[in-house]
Design a protein around this ligand. Structure first.
Ligand SMILES: C[S@@+](CC[C@H](N)C(=O)[O-])C[C@H]1O[C@@H](n2cnc3c(N)ncnc32)[C@H](O)[C@@H]1O
Length: 205
């Protein structure tokens, strides 16, 4: 999936004009206004796959520990977790710097503490109780596998990763790769299926 003018959404510094827009969305049951832009993934609405993933984030006022939104775009997943689970420390990573700027602005506007940083800027010793992701399937299978390995090996025992993947874009083969040990020491199950998307949940043994 590209943005406009053939440029991929995972460009570090999008060449498209940085035209910001206001978007009215419902996240964690709250009607909100967020800022999005051209040159980031799904800047004109909450993506259909993301909309399948978000109801899996349960409100939990007591939950603590670090959570990662892997490939955050303008931040619908990170913002939802921060709203639903306010005691969490939420990290949002992306390679697209425009996306990170949007997450920071959106979080600040909502009074939320979200650490939106480039992947290499997450300290090595941080472990994630949960990882949430609408992952960048379009980067290709080898890069996607490396990405999932890199971040899902930072779950502690019992930690969980929730991924939404379009069935037509290889959700079942991705599940098979994980189950075959592509991500070591995890069990993987399908915890949701809707509108052509699967939600895969990995639990670290
Ligand atoms: C399918 S989009 C999902 C965006 C957002 N979470 C949402 O739901 O709208 C995947 C995101 O992963 C980002 N991405 C691509 N390669 C990445 C990498 N190596 N590390 C982190 N994020 C990456 C892309 O820039 C894009 O924003």
């Amino acid at each position: 999936m590209s943005t406009t003018e053939g440029e991929h959404y995972f460009t570090a510094r999008p060449a498209t004009a940085d035209e910001r827009r206001e978007l009215h969305v419902t996240l964690a049951g709250r009607e909100l206004t967020v800022t999005t832009a051209r040159g980031v993934f799904s800047g004109d609405r909450v993506d259909r796959g993301t909309a399948v993933l978000l109801p899996h984030v349960e409100p939990d006022a007591e939950a603590t520990g670090d959570v990662l939104d892997l490939g955050c775009g303008w931040g619908p997943v990170a913002l939802t977790v921060a709203l639903a689970q306010p005691r969490r420390t939420v990290w949002a990573v992306d390679v697209n710097e425009r996306a990170l700027d949007l997450v920071r602005r959106n979080a600040e506007r909502l009074g939320l503490d979200v650490r939106a940083v480039l992947p290499d800027d997450v300290p090595d010793d941080v472990r994630f109780a949960e990882v949430w992701s609408n992952p960048p399937i379009r980067i290709g299978k080898p890069a996607l596998h490396d990405l999932l390995h890199r971040w899902c090996t930072r779950l502690p025992p019992g930690g969980r990763a929730h991924l939404v993947v379009q069935k037509n874009l290889g959700a079942d083969s991705l599940q098979a790769w994980i189950a075959a040990g592509g991500v070591p020491d995890v069990d993987v199950e399908r915890t949701g299926t809707a509108k052509g998307f699967r939600v895969l949940t990995l639990t670290r043994r």
